[in-house]
Design a protein around this ligand. Structure first.
Ligand SMILES: [Zn+2]
Ligand SMILES: [Zn+2]
Length: 340
């Protein structure tokens, strides 16, 4: 073959390869700007990680609790589970997020979707506090969460009562969310570390039923790495989601952190056909997220890790899950600004 024919053939092959690669762009539906000590690498690092990871939009939230460095602890802890010290509800987390977002240039700011999280979900004054915050910065907040309720060992480390997603304080918060058209992301474990049954399912299911006008994003589909450490895979998770997605049109499922493995992908990294079928049946109800806390080097990798799942879905559905579904959850005014 003459050389220019060979070059032409190579170019064609390259083109074919390119047509096959889907080159996803992402929305990160679950990102914490700070860690459990309310520290952050900062906005410059986050912007760089977003550019490198092809991430167009992010949900940006604080962390609603601060872990204490207790007098009795010999070393400064590195994570909330690092020692026996408690954690306390920390409203200033939202001040840090608001400040970081407000400093952004206008063209970057439209890519950031701040969620308010710094309140005590066991306090019936929580809704009054949130209302004050919403009025302080009109139009800034685009969602509520991640609200921590049942959350492994953290539940017991937080000072005060155990918050439940179905307590009276949260019912008041849901009414406020409906009034302001804000989605609510709730971390509510489906069970405890050791119980092999959906021990706490009613706590998330009751508000889904009672507040049909609120868009609920169920963080990690009720799972956690700590639950997996004790019992690997919950066999009731898939049938529970199959039923709930049919029953509650206001339920959206966040696939971040502990859902990719062992549920969506098996040990060899192959997508599970039953989960693929679930997503295809409810193509608008799943979002992906990085769940990074204050450090952003893992951001792009955490989202690209979903590619084997996305590649196994029809392209249109894959792009929805990768990017569009999260944007569709935002308040109507925000969606209009984005031209959606
Ligand atoms: Zn969580
Ligand atoms: Zn989180």
């Amino acid at each position: 073959m003459p050389i220019r024919h060979r070059l032409f053939a190579a170019a064609l092959a390259l083109l074919a390869l390119h047509a096959e690669a889907r080159d996803y762009r992402y929305s990160d539906a679950h990102l914490h700007f700070v860690d459990f000590f309310q520290e952050s690498e900062g906005m410059t690092s986050l912007l760089e990680a977003m550019a490198a990871g092809r991430i167009d939009h992010v949900m940006i939230s604080g962390i609603p609790v601060a872990k204490k460095w207790h007098e009795d602890e010999p070393k400064r802890p590195r994570y909330y589970a690092g020692d026996d010290a408690g954690a306390y509800w920390y409203s200033a987390t939202d001040v840090l997020v608001a400040d970081a977002v407000k400093r952004l240039p206008v063209e970057q700011r439209r890519r950031f979707h701040p969620f308010l999280s710094g309140f005590n979900p066991a306090d019936k004054n929580a809704d009054a506090h949130i209302r004050r915050m919403l009025e302080l910065d009109p139009g800034l907040w685009q969602g509520i969460g991640e609200v921590f309720t049942r959350h492994d060992d953290l539940t017991a480390l937080i000072y005060g009562d155990t918050p439940r997603a179905n307590n009276e304080a949260m019912a008041r918060v849901y009414h406020l969310a409906a009034e302001y058209d804000l989605p609510v992301m709730v971390h509510s474990n489906i069970t405890s570390k050791r119980e092999r049954n959906p021990l706490y399912l009613a706590e998330i299911e009751e508000p889904l039923r009672n507040h049909p006008h609120v868009r609920f994003i169920w963080a990690h589909a009720g799972t956690s790495l700590e639950i997996h450490r004790h019992q690997e895979k919950l066999d009731f998770l898939l049938p529970t989601l199959q039923r709930m997605l049919g029953e509650y049109p206001n339920l959206y499922v966040d696939l971040s952190w502990s859902v990719l493995q062992p549920y969506l992908l098996d040990a060899e990294g192959q997508p599970d056909p039953s989960w693929l079928k679930l997503i295809e049946r409810h193509p608008t109800r799943f979002v992906i997220g990085s769940d990074v806390v204050g450090r952003f080097d893992g951001l792009g990798g955490n989202l690209a890790a979903f590619d084997p799942l996305l590649d196994a879905l029809p392209e249109k559905i894959a792009r929805r899950v990768a990017r569009e579904n999260f944007l569709a959850l935002l308040p109507a005014g925000r969606r209009r600004e984005l031209g959606l």
